[in-house]
Design a protein around this ligand. Structure first.
Ligand code: HC0
Ligand code: SF4
Ligand code: SF4
Length: 569
């Protein structure tokens, strides 16, 4: 180990640690900008400089290694001046749009400016002008706000294995963009929004559909039906100052009613339905030795697009079951519409999702089966939070109310879909019972919980062993699928979620989102499951009724028409 002092306090750290690591151990807060704990070191912004007290040198603490006997000053005059100048230089080429910027309040550059006591812009100069890319369904990129920290570039390459973004040009003209400057919608981008979650400023955001939804709510001829994704229940409190992972299901229902939605339904209900269909499909594939296995989940649109670009030969392995969101919407426009004597066109469907890729999913031609657009609008967690604030609703103080009946009942199985491993756990609870007529001896499948990149287990079902694997983050998914393709790994069923930690870490979730925060959100979902009376999808009474009254049975002709699809090469 190495011993050094920072601001007169002694600390011991492992050799190879950085000064920033050592400061963290002492709970000394050094500001950072291009640094991100999950990414490779970059050391470009120099906001984290500290002073070597013996030499007077300034060191970027996020990359500078510790040395024995080192004495560091973390906030000397020299340090504070350098930090200010470095941030002031960023501000010199940054549009003065804080008032109207979507990141106002959560912007790290704004936060630093305040923290470092910068209250004037000393360097006024020419500013770069780049075109804004806002033509895709999911991601809006405004390079003029970019501060070249490279966090998006590193995330897309190192975590997601996509490498859709990179630096081009040099010096003043430097910009982060796509290959050949193509619109994001025309490249291999998965729309996962992980770049959005790490961008410290407003350079990367979702394409907003807030105004469209306000308009639908105002329109008296539209019957507006909303569904909320599983993970939202454990994240919507955050923009209102609540602890990550706080369960706010009841407050969500109240807020959505107050906003004027005509019916407040739940994607978790549809997640139970996905289990019925996808589980039945798995049973069929396991029986038919000719069929493609492993079966791979297809509910994550980021993953589906990644698969299309990088693993087209595995498209036949994707479950034909649509995602819960895309099962819910056509049912809202047929099954639910019939009970209200409404036509599909009279119903406007809104989904509240933790996800930017869901905005892309809703536009897919493969997913329109109600005779009209199935899902009309997708709002991220952040966008709904903005609407709630705009409406003056005090979210944290709301009373709990219930979701509406018919498509609003969820089991614990549907709820845990929102965290990595949840789909697998939910599926096995049902598949096991269908195959053996017995209940799983242990409902909590700890082997597929947690934030390890790839998780695997084998479950004895009757005389068979079903081998399963779970990957989250596209880079981890690629590692797993390469093994499958090479014949080195042999599974029956694989769950893939594009985002690290699954949807609780989705590209549309509140800022900021560290590993610890994502883990708390996931725990929130497990807490709901644990306290639910019904924890298995096939026991959801509203699902049973849906089959009795409308669909017949899983994989019936009607179910196939409304709830299944095929992704073609
Ligand atoms: Fe998810 Fe989903 S679990 S993808 O992360 O399967 O977005 O939360 O809504 O559709 O249910 C997202 C979350 C969903 C879907 C569900 C699945
Ligand atoms: Fe990369 Fe995902 Fe961002 Fe696309 S949305 S650029 S795949 S991180
Ligand atoms: Fe969207 Fe969830 Fe997939 Fe992320 S893991 S892209 S949030 S569906």
């Amino acid at each position: 180990t190495i011993t050094l002092t920072i601001d007169g306090q002694q600390v011991e750290v492992e050799q190879g640690s950085t000064i920033l690591d050592a400061a963290k151990k002492l709970e000394i807060d050094i500001p950072t900008l291009c640094y991100h704990p999950d990414l490779s070191l970059f050391g470009s912004c120099r906001v984290c400089v500290v002073e070597n007290a013996k030499t007077g040198d300034l060191l970027a603490s996020c990359v500078a290694p510790v040395a024995d006997g080192m004495e560091i000053k973390s906030h000397s005059t020299k340090v504070r001046r350098a930090r200010r100048t470095n941030v002031e230089l960023l501000l010199a080429n940054h549009p003065n749009e804080c008032l109207t910027c979507e990141r106002s309040g959560t912007c790290e550059l704004q936060g630093l400016t305040e923290k470092l006591g910068i209250n004037e812009i000393r360097f006024e100069g020419e500013q770069t002008k780049h075109p804004i890319d806002e033509f895709g369904p999911s991601i809006k990129r405004d390079p003029n706000k970019c501060i070249l920290c490279g966090r998006c570039v590193r995330t897309c390459e190192e975590i997601q294995g996509v490498s859709a973004l990179d630096f081009t040009q040099r010096g003043f003209d430097s910009v982060v963009t796509t290959a050949f400057d193509l619109p994001q919608a025309e490249i291999n981008c998965a729309n996962c929004g992980q770049c959005v979650t790490v961008c410290p400023v407003g350079a990367l955001t979702e394409v907003s559909e807030v105004d469209k939804v306000w308009q639908a709510l105002e329109d008296e001829n539209q019957h507006v039906v909303v569904q909320t994704a599983p993970s939202i229940q454990a994240t919507m409190g955050e923009p209102f100052g609540m602890e990550p992972g706080t369960v706010v299901t009841g407050k969500l229902a109240t807020a959505l009613n107050q906003l004027g939605f005509d019916r407040v339904f739940s994607t978790d209900f549809a997640a139970d339905l996905t289990i019925m269909e996808e589980g039945s499909e798995l049973l069929a594939r396991l029986e038919d030795k000719e069929s493609n296995t492993p079966q791979i989940t297809s509910c994550c649109p980021g993953w589906v697009k990644f698969c299309e670009h990088n693993y087209p030969e595995l498209l036949d392995n994707l479950s034909t079951a649509k995602s819960p969101m895309s099962m819910f919407s056509p049912l809202a426009k047929t099954y639910y519409a019939e009970t209200k004597d409404l036509e599909a066109e009279d119903i406007y469907t809104v989904s509240i999702m933790p996800c930017t890729a869901k905005k892309f999913e809703k536009e897919r031609g493969e997913l329109q089966d109600s005779g009209t657009q199935d899902t009309d609008a997708v709002l991220t967690t952040r966008e709904l939070a903005r609407m709630i604030k705009e409406a003056g609703i005090k979210f944290a103080e709301l009373e709990d109310t219930e979701y509406d009946r018919m498509m609003g009942e969820a089991t614990g199985a549907g709820t845990i879909f929102g965290t990595t491993g949840g789909v697998m756990e939910a599926a096995l609870r049902t598949v096991y019972e269908k195959l053996t007529d017995e209940e799983l001896p242990r409902l909590d499948l700890d082997e597929v919980r947690g934030l390890k990149g790839v998780k695997e287990t084998a479950v004895e079902i009757g005389n068979d062993t079903v081998k399963v694997a779970v990957a989250h983050g596209l880079g981890n998914a690629a590692d797993l699928l390469d093994q499958v393709k090479a014949g080195e790994a042999n599974y029956d069923f694989i769950e893939v979620m594009a985002c690290p930690a699954g949807c609780v870490g989705g590209g549309g979730q509140p800022y900021p989102a560290s590993k610890e925060i994502k883990a708390k959100r996931g725990q929130g979902l497990y807490n709901i499951d644990q306290s639910d009376k019904i924890r298995k999808s096939h026991e959801n009474p509203e699902i049973k009724k849906l089959y009795e009254d409308f669909l017949g049975a899983p994989l019936s002709e009607k179910a196939h028409h409304l709830l299944h699809t095929n992704y073609q090469k």
